[in-house]
Design a protein around this ligand. Structure first.
Ligand code: NFE
Length: 502
């Protein structure tokens, strides 16, 4: 006999307001609805303001990926002005953005994601008491140490950009907060200290040793090779994740997108991806096949979103967003729009970045077992090991005698866009300037991709798709659904934006 049930979960411990509703049969998820339930109006606020105002307002879209929004806004104005920032300005934009990503990856993993692993549902696991001592919210040792250490890495953004969050030091043509040699020295020291803690505590080995791991078999050998590997945060996470089955849930739709981020400045020793001047290359991966990325192929649909309908999808430069209703009329259930690439829903974030960049370990894990909560979270945990060496190089290549600004002139008319990699993945801002003021502004944030509702064809968003087939053992404590959703690191304040022309 089938036992049908609908479970609604207001998701706490994400940023912003997210509600998940799943239909289960015999405890197995058959359908899922992912709903952004907070209305925001940031893009609306931008319309009619001076072009440079987006550098102050756009970073306030969010308190955790604020530097990413500043980067995208500044890049969008760079393209309107047709100005190229000098290489040192690119370095200083990148380093602050990377510091924000590094703190996010470690904070999300242990302050938001890992709390579910201390859930009483796992009392029977042999690793439960250790999980509790590490991850118990507000009390676990890892939780407390992560709060202390990540605070320090954010000082890098404050030194380079004047404050965190919501700094506005990037401008079209470069940056306006010029670093002194002593600032640069402080940043180098902060990253050196953070790297040494990350190696000792998170990796359990040096970054160089970690980079030797190129396959699932290498990973298992590394795990057995030393006590420090097994007891480090990654080693413990892997053992626990396998013990409770996180390697078998949360597959998603197996399409991945990255807009490309962290431009490679001229003259640097840091190498970018093949044929791309980005440390984090752009691309689209469909069922394991990676294709070149073309921003023209992005559209947003609103069939299930609380906006007035339009036919099919619109490119963000033509995006039109008219708030419609807040009920369930015409099957609508979210303030998030539904972004599509070539008509397909796609996942973004560290896992997408690593698949598209050809990371051998992550690629091998996905080839063997497909995407899962475990590999998605592992990709996030190891991203700092890729970012920190490049941060160190870019800091050492910069001095106060560098050039940080090329004048863009007055921004009178034009269209532009800025595409970058935010902590949660692909971020784009599209802007049109007329008579020196902002005439049109659209944002597609990473969580808009991941938390997308369905489109006109009924195609689910990646988080919805990842829930399908999951078994909920206790409907009063649906911890499995928490793992799946939080593995995407959703941020709803970034996701919901509204423009109203009238
Ligand atoms: Ni509000 Fe953000 C990131 C952006 S998320 S956190 O990363 O853009 O969708």
């Amino acid at each position: 006999m089938s036992l049908k049930k609908t479970i609604s979960i207001p998701m706490h411990r994400v940023e912003g307001d997210l509600e998940i509703e799943v239909d289960t049969d015999g405890g197995v998820v058959e359908e899922a609805r992912c709903s952004g339930v907070m209305y925001r109006g940031i893009e609306n606020i931008l319309i009619g303001r001076a072009a440079l105002d987006c550098l102050v307002i756009a970073p306030r879209i969010c308190g955790i990926c604020t530097t990413a929004h500043l980067t995208a806004a500044a890049m969008a104005l760079d393209t309107v002005a047709g100005v190229t920032p000098p290489p040192d300005a690119v370095r200083m934009r990148n380093v602050a953005l990377m510091a924000e990503q590094v703190q996010n990856d470690v904070r999300h993993s242990f302050l938001i994601f890992a709390g579910d692993l201390a859930n009483p549902a796992y009392k029977g696991s042999a690793l439960y008491s250790e999980a509790l001592s590490r991850y118990e919210p507000f009390r676990g040792q890892t939780v407390l140490d992560v709060i202390k250490e990540t605070k320090k890495v954010l000082e890098i953004v404050a030194i380079i950009g004047g404050q965190w969050p919501h700094s506005s030091y990037m401008v079209p043509g470069g940056i306006v907060s010029l670093p002194s040699d002593s600032d640069l020295m402080q940043c180098k020291l902060l990253i050196k200290q953070f790297r040494s803690w990350y190696e000792r505590r998170i990796l359990g080995c040096s970054v160089e040793r970690w980079q030797d791991i190129r396959s699932l078999a290498d990973l298992d050998r590394w795990l057995e090779a030393a006590d420090e590997h097994r007891s480090g945060e990654i080693g413990f996470f892997l053992r626990l994740a396998r013990n409770v089955g996180l390697d078998k849930i949360g597959r998603g739709n197996n399409n991945f997108i990255n807009f490309g981020g962290l431009e490679i400045p001229l003259g640097t020793r840091v190498r970018g991806a093949i044929n791309q001047n980005r440390l984090s290359p752009a691309g689209f991966s469909k069922n394991g096949r990676i294709r070149q990325f073309d921003p023209v192929l992005i559209t947003e649909q609103v069939a299930c979103s609380w906006y007035d309908d339009y036919e099919g999808g619109r490119h963000p430069s033509q995006g039109e967003t008219r708030p419609y209703a807040t009920g369930g009329e015409r099957g609508k259930y979210s303030w998030s729009k539904a972004p599509r690439y070539e008509g397909l829903a796609a996942e973004t974030g560290p896992l997408a970045e690593m698949i598209i960049a050809g990371n051998q370990l992550i690629g091998d894990m996905v080839d063997h077992h497909g995407p899962s909560v475990m590999v998605r979270q592992l990709a996030r945990l190891i991203r700092p090991a890729i970012l920190m060496p490049a941060m160190e190089t870019w800091l050492s290549e910069t001095s106060e005698s560098g050039k940080f600004y090329n004048s863009p002139g007055t921004l009178i008319e034009g269209e532009g866009y800025g595409l970058t990699s935010a902590p949660r993945g692909a971020l784009g801002h599209w802007v049109r300037i007329r008579d020196e003021v902002i005439d049109h502004y659209q944002v597609i944030s990473p969580t808009t991709w991941n938390a997308s509702p369905k489109d006109a064809e009924g195609q689910r968003g990646p988080m919805e798709e990842a829930l399908i087939g999951a078994t909920v053992r206790d409907p009063n404590n649906p911890v499995e659904l928490g793992h799946i959703i939080r593995s995407f690191d959703p941020c709803l304040v970034c996701t919901v934006h509204v423009i109203r022309r009238d």
